[in-house]
Design a binder for this molecule. Sequence first.
Ligand code: ASP
Length: 335
Amino acid sequence: MRINVIYSGGTIGMVETDSGLAPGADLDTWLKELVSRRPTIGEVTLTEFETLIDSSNATPADWQALVDTLWNSRDDADGFVILHGTDTMAYASSALAFALRGFGKPVVLTGSQLPIGALDTDAYANVVDALMAITSGNVRGVALVFGRSIINGASATKWSSWNFEGFSSPNSPVLATTGAPWQWSDFGDKAFSSDVGDINKYDRHDVVVLDLVPGITATRVKAMLEPRPEAVILRAYGTGNIPADEPGLVDVLVEIVNDGVEVIVSSQCMQAHVVLGHYESGYALAELGVVSALNMTFEACYAKTIFLLSQGMHGKEFRDWMETPLCGELTLGTA
Ligand code: ASP
């Protein structure tokens, strides 16, 4: 099997410098050594991006650069591993899952909490697991591999900044847990979709993410939405509840919906299923014509919002697609 490893940046390939961790590790030699100890993995090549970034600097243009690189090298390998910074890796894996439906080859993102040169690095296990996820033949779309879990790309979330098992899949089963032997679930059959039309490139869109907190006022919310963004992801409580008794708050939301801003109601709970109108305090939202993030992770919800806006979708079309499962990001009934 031919696997192309693409290094885009992140801790995994960094070294200590006087001004903190920065890219500079000899990944090529490290990878060659690793593969020589696992000949069953096959032929592994390394592609390093010219500009290596800390993934906290990533924008939708970086997601698109990954998509373009993958399409341009599609015929050169049977599967791809992307070495990525962990900070925004779940956003990138979600974005790639939406844009690469129809790609037809496995793409696995991984990274590490510690650089390859650290004595107790988690990079070795994560990269070996990513390579083995591809050789298994069970990954048919985009996946994220970290800390012994193989997770559908559009279901992953970074829950810990330091834990070696720093990613989880809060709303759906993991694809596999590594071990001796690996335990695969049948979730991959539901997650990987090949149903796809033409896909526009990712571009930047003005999306406000608004966290509700006890005591927030309508005046503050109104000010945060001037000038009008294209979309608002409202991070509400629990199943999608808002402080509807706060004077003027619902009026502000009515105004932005009437102004054509897409409003997506997500939850502050990492594990959530948003049901608008389940409580009286969420009922006002249900009446407004907003759309529910249902049980998408926040990262998938944000990436899907940018994806649909990049496809030129607005209004009913945007809302209908937001609630339509594309690549395992909506997994109602499978948690
Ligand atoms: N700041 C780093 C990044 O996301 C963190 C990491 O890779 O773990 O690029």
